[in-house]
Design a protein around this ligand. Structure first.
Ligand SMILES: [Zn+2]
Length: 683
């Protein structure tokens, strides 16, 4: 220990100074849980001034951003990489012993094996792409374009528009065909229309990237360059016709249910019958056109575009969306733009990581089945259920004290909260992949078969009752979600791991970790969008108008507070885009804390496990440590443009800054940086 340490210890509060001793005192028995918390913290930082530094300081100092990542978090990334190793072992084993031909084991093993067989992929070259390029080349006018778009869509190459089967917002028991804006190669419309010089630079680089990939696909430099200009001009028009991302959250402005005749009136020069027939769904009648004005613009744009533009656009998307399944030079070129230029990632991931991700993406539940057999202990489900029930009770109890609520709306909110369904771990019924065909010597073919299966599976839902047992994430995902049309919160097995959760953790850590995630997902049911649906998932007005007005004013506090946050000078968090997530973070922490207190009331308060931290303090440290994050500046710029979540360093402190329990736990006072002014409270 440094000579100056005792003197410094006098300058910091007693509790914090005491906490410095255990990491250097050999007479305490080793405790990996305690040490993992303490070794990430910077106890020299003042929790009331810089809680992020306090909770994550030494982690930030000691954790470099891995070269093959653009962002690295102490929680999500660590578990994701750990899971990737587990899945790799499962896939290598399946590849070595594929078992019965046609079995799921054979399919995931051979898909992984085929992905790792670079020589075979190299040898196949562009041949597997030729049929799709021929489809792209068939476009001459609106009729042939729409037929080509349908055929490509069937192969999971999305062009011109976005679509899919989603529960009808107003009749959530039935799946409806949704048509939305789409057709862009860049991740957001802003990249095409923004005046920001960095985005303009990226757009110019994107054009060079399009030319490079078209060149790899066989065009000479001159024609590839000319086509790239056509592609960017065409996509820029699609971008102009697209709503800003923040507006795409507004659910009641995305509901325009019409029939085929209505669609033909909306975009009369586009032959929709040809599109639906080529897509393999000629019978679709009822449609929700989420963004009608996009379709009017698409109609005009197609009419005004020469055939060579239409063909260049389709050709580009065929190559772009297939790059991962082609020889390595395509994947490398793809990385150079989307990884390095757009996200600041230094190195492409090693091939095995990309192959694990591909199999997870294409045959995710077949992998998930093996994953949960190996990794998901039944006991953790029991503990998780107890925690969710605590969180739900905390939410309900909080409702009673909300000043902006009235009794009528409160009663209906309680009804909705009680109707929330929980899914934990993995689905009851697994997806049936029997239609997928995978061969060890044909990576492109196996991936294409899985992609076609998925498209057909989605389209088959249209007009039918919604399968409430379906999961929108695989069990190995390190994530969670709320789905408003099902009014359900879902926690895959992947997130029920340290540092979110462990049966050996002190309860305060679990509640600050996955408990806050549970509260976050539950609060989504009541955020600025989730609140618009009732307990049965029906989009309808169930709030008293004056309560809505008071809710909106409480939400505006959150919007304005986060809109001030900057990731670099002049580049701010979008308060509107992130509003739902930020409301969920604030509510989630509130409920996690209250849920922990009721756990304490039932079980008694345990002796503090981490010396120097009270149980309450540990809960907040555990919450913040989920969000210890390293990122590239490019990734942060991309994130504030495209992600509805605030960057990690803001999520670590955003909710605590508004929490009265946090202020009490650390004795923070108004004027401290960790006390927001004004403090916001929604749920
Ligand atoms: Zn969320």
């Amino acid at each position: 220990m440094k000579r100056t340490a005792p003197a410094l210890a006098l300058l910091v509060p007693v509790a914090l100074a005491a906490a410095q001793t255990p990491t250097t005192t050999p007479d305490l028995p080793p405790d990996p849980v305690r040490d993992s918390v303490l070794s990430s913290m910077d106890l020299g930082a003042d929790p009331c001034q810089d809680f992020y530094r306090y909770a994550c300081g030494r982690w930030l100092d000691a954790t470099p951003l891995p070269a093959d990542q653009a962002r690295w978090t102490r929680s999500f990334s660590t578990i994701t990489e750990h899971n990737r190793e587990i899945v790799k072992a499962l896939l290598e084993d399946a590849a070595a012993r594929p078992g019965e031909p046609g079995s799921e084991r054979q399919k995931i093993g051979d898909l992984y094996g085929a992905c790792m067989d670079e020589a075979a992929i190299e040898k196949a070259g562009l041949a597997p792409l030729e049929p799709l390029l021929a489809v792209a080349g068939s476009a001459r006018d609106a009729a042939t374009l729409m037929r080509a778009a349908g055929e490509l869509g069937r192969a999971d190459i999305d062009v011109l528009l976005g679509y899919g089967a989603i529960a009808d917002f107003k009749d959530p028991g039935t799946a409806l065909f949704f048509m939305s804006q789409g057709g862009l190669g860049l991740p957001d419309r802003d990249y095409y229309v923004s005046e920001d010089p960095k985005k303009k630079e990226l757009l110019a680089e994107y054009e060079r990237h399009v030319a490079r990939l078209l060149g790899l696909a066989g065009q000479d430099a001159e024609s590839a360059g000319a086509d790239a200009r056509r592609v960017v001009a065409f996509e820029t028009e699609l971008a102009r016709a697209s709503r800003p991302r923040a507006e795409m959250r507004d659910r009641d402005k995305l509901y325009h249910k019409i029939d085929r005749e209505g669609l033909e009136k909306l975009a009369p020069s586009l032959p929709w019958a040809a599109f639906f027939e080529a897509l393999g769904a000629p019978g679709i009648r009822s449609i929700n056109v989420a963004v009608p004005e996009f379709y009017q613009a698409l109609d005009r744009l197609v009419g005004a575009s020469p055939p060579e533009t239409l063909r260049a656009y389709l050709r580009w998307h065929v190559v772009n969306q297939s790059a991962d399944f082609l020889p390595e030079r395509f994947a490398v070129a793809d990385f150079e733009f989307f990884g390095r230029a757009l996200s600041g990632q230094a190195e492409i991931q090693p091939r095995w990581k990309r192959c694990v991700a591909a199999v997870n993406g294409l045959l995710g539940e077949a992998v998930g089945k093996l994953y949960v057999e190996r990794e998901f202990a039944g006991d953790s489900k029991k503990v998780a259920v107890e925690m969710i029930e605590d969180v739900e009770r905390a939410f309900e109890a909080n409702l009673a004290g909300l000043a902006w609520m009235d009794d009528a709306t409160r009663t209906r909110a309680v009804e909705k909260a009680r109707k929330v369904r929980n899914k934990i771990g993995y689905p009851d019924a697994w997806r049936d992949y029997s239609a997928v065909v995978v061969r060890r010597d044909d990576y492109f073919g196996g991936a294409a078969s899985a992609a076609r299966f998925e498209t057909a599976r989605q389209l088959a839902k249209v007009g039918k009752p919604v399968d409430r047992g379906e999961w929108l994430m695989v069990p190995q995902a390190v994530n969670a979600y709320y789905l408003s049309t099902n009014n359900e919160i879902v926690f895959p097995a992947g997130i029920l791991q340290p540092p979110f959760f462990d049966e050996q953790f002190p309860a305060a850590m679990n509640y600050g970790g996955v408990g806050a995630v549970m509260g976050h997902e539950l609060t989504h049911g009541f955020d600025d969008q989730g609140r618009k649906s009732d307990g049965d998932g029906v989009l309808r007005e169930w709030w008293e108008p004056e309560v809505t007005a008071r809710f909106e004013s409480a939400a505006r506090c959150v919007e304005e507070q986060y809109a001030k946050l900057e990731v670099e000078p002049g580049v701010k968090v979008d308060g509107k885009l992130t509003l739902g997530e930020n409301i969920a973070d604030l509510g989630g922490l509130e409920q996690a804390y209250d849920a922990y207190k009721s756990w304490e009331a039932r079980h008694g308060a345990p002796a503090p496990r981490v010396p120097g931290l009270t149980n309450d303090q540990l809960l907040f440290v555990s919450f913040a440590q989920v969000w210890c994050t390293q990122t590239t500046p490019e990734f942060l710029r991309r994130q504030v443009t495209t992600d509805s979540h605030s960057p990690g360093q803001f999520r670590a402190i955003g909710a605590p800054r508004n929490s009265a329990a946090f202020r009490r736990a650390f004795s923070c006072a108004p004027g401290d940086r960790m006390v927001a002014e004004p403090t916001c409270a929604v749920w």
